[in-house]
Design a protein around this ligand. Sequence first.
Ligand SMILES: [Zn+2]
Ligand SMILES: [Zn+2]
Length: 145
Amino acid sequence: MAIEVDEIQLPLTGGCACGVVRFEVSAPLLSANYCHCTRCRRRSGTGASANARPEPGSFRVVAGEDRLRAWKPDGGFEKWFCSECGSALFSRSPDDPERMSVRLGAFDGDPGIRPTVRQFIAYAAAWERIPDDGLPRYPKSAQAD
Ligand SMILES: [Zn+2]
Ligand SMILES: [Zn+2]
């Protein structure tokens, strides 16, 4: 499936809605998905959360690190957000901080990648039909994590 993506400028930049927290990604993103799980639905207030996996070591917070807070649910990635405005920014493995994903909606411009799978559709919102976009669908996780 060919998806047209404009040439991107590195580093990719992004941040929260109030602008206190800013981040950069210094390498092209590796993969992206839509997650329909209950946690993503609740923490984002949407039917699905679009997330991208950065290359290990390429993500860094450049402003507002002291304002970041995390929800650390049992058996799941830490969900980091801005404590000033509540924007969801990224998630991170509690065991290995290099295993993380960044919320696509937090990027300033084109992040240079498109979601290619839909996961946890067994938990999809009742009020929104999953789009007929041809993406493979997984009832639960599309990957080992
Ligand atoms: Zn903020
Ligand atoms: Zn999820």
